[in-house]
Design a protein around this ligand. Structure first.
Ligand code: HDE
Length: 756
């Protein structure tokens, strides 16, 4: 069997382009003799080429194919069905070491979930530098154009538990570990460029407020409750973040369609010692897209793993998610040229003021082999840096520098968490740290101190010229004080900038989100405080929200919030600055990339007697452009077309909903149309289409589908709509493709929902 396996391996390596064909052929031939998964493993282990991190992980990866069952001590087990007993009906014997080992291991399988960002999904990939950034940073992975660095990325929601839904309204984590030759560099980023609070000391308060309430542990993965809004309404500094969180950015269509932001200002330091402030940006090549809130709620029921599945499937299919990676750069001497403080994490630098300089591409191209070993055990830390990258005094960042190692100690249980395979750097670690729980490294020799003569002085400190890290020599003079800088006290200008930069439909979604969230707040005083805060951002917004909540907008006499104890709150609060830009196009998703249907999921509604020619033709066109077609039929049984082609559907109409798709094709065919309108299926198919219509998706009605069309909301509304295509023909196909690429006909939302 092994000989067979090796032959297959050699064949596969040498005939790479023919792999898939060969795979199909060989699975048929060898099905009887070689377990299918041996063949699968050989052929499907893609994209390992030139990835030193994946190579390193292979040393720790096991494969059970063709192996005998053993205990953890390597003893072969001959009966895994019965415990050892005093008789076949007798008590189990304490002697049963096999039972004891198995149960004991099982009893300890769980580790604490992350205190925040517990729910997540990850993938391996590569960062390719397209342009040397040597002028600004001496980081080696950013110096030589063309250089490739292996990465592991973990996306997450913040508030929910490990098993919570992907579609919660929440910030998304976007944490990247770069395995560089100079050690691990972690960019622990989010999909929103600002944060709720300005100082780390408020983080436990924020997290306690948003997490389920401690008396009854309700609600799960949701900010729509009293304690969150109580806290927020008392924290004016959170208003900018709240605008982002209530926008559709907080309900992405896919992890692959989100931006990433480092949030804080970091520093680049070049080999001459010159420093630059930088803000990190990741821009998805597929554009930034979201779903609508009513969809998000429904997806959570149909497929709570929607984002996880989407990421996994895209990578398995070879549609690798990609982001342009770049920075906004500001030389140190220009630090005070702006109307906000660079150290304040509740502020952005508008891209119109300082454009993002793109210097490379991040591509995710390999799913993990094991969720727990990789995605769960990976440990990020903003303090994992390399020479050429440094921190700033942002008080939120400074607190993070403490928190991340600390949390790994309780989560992963030992200071040796860096030895877990996914956390190992690809360069070797040499130091005098020793022992501790679960130590794996076997350090030779007597010496575990420095300086030493016995070990020849090793390991040596590295000179800076040899890559030794030295902190940036920022000049500091000051008085020890527990206070907030006055330069941080402008909480509304950028909240306004964000709101004013949104398109009409985005503003409406944002208003509705606030109404949804605040309706769940049971204490009127909190709602009132909140709308009064909104009044500082936009009076109409505050009025609209207040009118749905039965509260009044009050002009706050004394603004609430965290301000220096000895400051006059009124004067600080009103210290609003005139922003350099009043509208920033980059802040609206309406202006994002809309030029591709790559990885968009299109539901084909097929039923007995459907027009199989038109299905094959459109399917080919869509798939050529990267679209993903899934067939939805009345039942989960094979469906025959009018020319005899039989398709096995992916879903039945009752097991899915159009919220799980980007577009719908109601397949041509008189017979199939008749089939769909039978009493058993009619409501199902109409709900499917009407819901897609309400959520502004592209819908294509093939020929002879009038019987369905005439019963939809689309017909009764009788209006023009560029994303509803009625007749099947060549231009119809093309119009459908363009409508899918534009993501949604959001501009027609009011019209589609019959609102003024
Ligand atoms: Fe985190 N954060 N955070 N955070 N954070 C954690 O570390 C913390 C903040 C972010 O996929 C924890 O390993 C403090 C901002 C991501 O494993 C913890 C403060 C940003 C992830 C922690 C912040 C982030 C975390 C929990 C305020 C965006 C998930 C588990 C001072 C720039 C990483 C862990 C992953 C995780 C602390 C604020 C991003 C407790 C104290 C701002 C993406 O250490």
């Amino acid at each position: 069997m092994y000989v067979m396996g090796s032959i297959l391996h050699v064949l596969a390596e040498h005939f790479y382009s023919a792999k898939i064909l060969l795979y199909t052929y060989l699975t048929e031939i060898f099905q009887a003799g070689v377990p299918l998964n041996i063949i699968t493993n050989i052929f499907m282990k893609k994209n390992n080429v030139n990835n030193p991190k994946v190579d390193q992980l292979q040393q720790y990866t096991t494969d059970n194919s063709g192996e005998k069952l053993t205990t953890n001590q390597g003893l072969k087990i001959n009966n895994n069905q019965d415990s050892l007993k005093s008789d076949d009906r007798g008590a189990t014997l304490l002697e049963d070491f096999i039972l004891r080992e198995k149960i004991t291991h099982f009893d300890h399988e769980r580790i604490p979930e992350r205190i925040v960002h517990a729910r997540g999904s990850g993938a391996h990939g590569v960062f390719r530098l397209s342009k040397s950034m040597e002028k600004y940073t001496k980081a080696k992975f950013l110096s030589e154009a063309g250089k490739e660095t292996p990465v592991f990325v973990r996306f997450s929601t913040v508030a929910g538990s490990r098993g919570s839904t992907d579609l919660a309204r929440d910030v998304r984590g976007f944490a990247i570990k770069f395995y560089t030759e100079e050690g691990n560099y972690d960019l622990v980023a989010n999909n929103i460029p600002v944060f709720f609070i300005q100082d780390a000391i408020k983080f436990p308060d924020l997290v306690h407020a948003v997490k389920p309430e401690p008396d009854h542990e309700i609600p799960q993965a949701s900010s729509a409750h009293d304690t969150f809004w109580d806290f927020i309404s008392l924290m004016p500094e959170s208003m900018h973040m709240i605008m982002w969180l209530m926008s559709d950015r907080a309900i992405p269509r896919s992890y692959r369609m989100m931006e990433g932001f480092g949030v804080h200002s970091f520093r680049f330091v070049n080999s001459e010692g010159a420093a630059f402030f930088v803000k990190f940006h990741l821009k998805p090549k597929l554009g930034v897209h979201s779903v609508a809130w009513p969809e998000a709620q429904k997806i959570s029921g149909f497929d709570p793993d929607f984002h996880r599945r989407d990421l996994w499937e895209a990578i398995e299919k070879g549609t690798f998610p990609e982001w342009d990676f770049g920075v906004q750069i500001v030389p140190e001497e220009n630090e005070f040229d702006f109307d906000f403080d660079f150290l304040d994490p509740t502020k952005i630098i508008p891209e119109e003021v300082v454009p993002v300089e793109i210097f490379g591409t991040l591509t995710l191209n390999r799913n993990p082999d094991n969720f727990f070993a990789e995605t769960e055990q990976i440990a990020f830390h903003p303090g994992h840096i390399v020479p050429g990258i440094d921190f700033t005094n942002d008080p939120l960042l400074q607190g993070r520098l403490f928190s991340y190692t600390d949390t790994q100690l309780s989560r992963l249980g030992s200071p040796n968490f860096h030895e877990i395979p996914i956390n190992r750097s690809i360069n070797t670690v040499h130091n005098n740290q020793r022992d501790g729980h679960m130590r794996q490294q076997i350090a030779k020799g007597k010496v575990s101190y420095e300086p030493n003569s016995i070990g020849g002085g090793c390991p040596f400190q590295a000179m800076m010229k040899d890559g030794g890290f030295a902190s940036y020599g920022e000049k500091i003079s000051g008085t020890k004080i527990r206070a907030r800088s006055e330069s941080f006290v402008d909480h509304y200008s950028q909240a306004k900038l964000f709101y004013n930069s949104q398109s009409e439909y985005e503003k409406e979604h944002l208003q509705k989100a606030l109404i949804f969230e605040l309706t769940k707040v049971t204490i009127p005083a909190i709602r009132e405080r909140m709308v009064s805060q909104l009044n500082f951002i936009d009076k109409e917004l505050a009025q609209k929200v207040a009118s749905k909540l039965g509260v009044e907008v009050k002009i706050l006499e004394k603004p609430n919030g965290s301000i220096p104890a000895d400051a006059d709150p009124q004067s600080l609060q009103s210290e609003e600055r005139e922003p350099e830009t009043k509208v920033s196009e980059a802040l609206s998703m309406a202006n994002t990339i809309k030029d591709s249907i790559k990885s968009r999921k299109i539901a084909f509604l097929i039923a007995e007697g459907f027009d199989d020619e038109s299905v094959s033709s459109l399917m080919n066109k869509l798939e050529e452009q990267g679209g993903v077609v899934e067939l939805v039929a009345p039942e989960m049984i094979p469906v025959k077309g009018e020319n005899g082609t039989t398709f096995m559907p992916h879903h039945s109409i009752t097991s899915t909903a159009s919220v799980c798709f980007d577009a719908v094709y109601v397949v041509s065919g008189e017979n199939s149309t008749h089939h769909w309108v039978q009493p058993d299926y009619k409501n199902g198919v109409l709900d499917f289409i009407n819901e897609a219509y309400r959520h502004c998706k592209a819908i294509y009605f093939g020929n002879h589908t009038e019987l369905i069309y005439d019963h939809t909301d689309i017909y009764t509304k009788k209006h023009e709509d560029y994303a509803v295509i009625l007749e099947e023909n060549n231009s119809g196909d093309q119009n459908f493709i363009s409508a899918i690429a534009s993501h949604r006909a959001w501009k027609l939302e009011k019209q589609r929902n019959g609102m003024k």
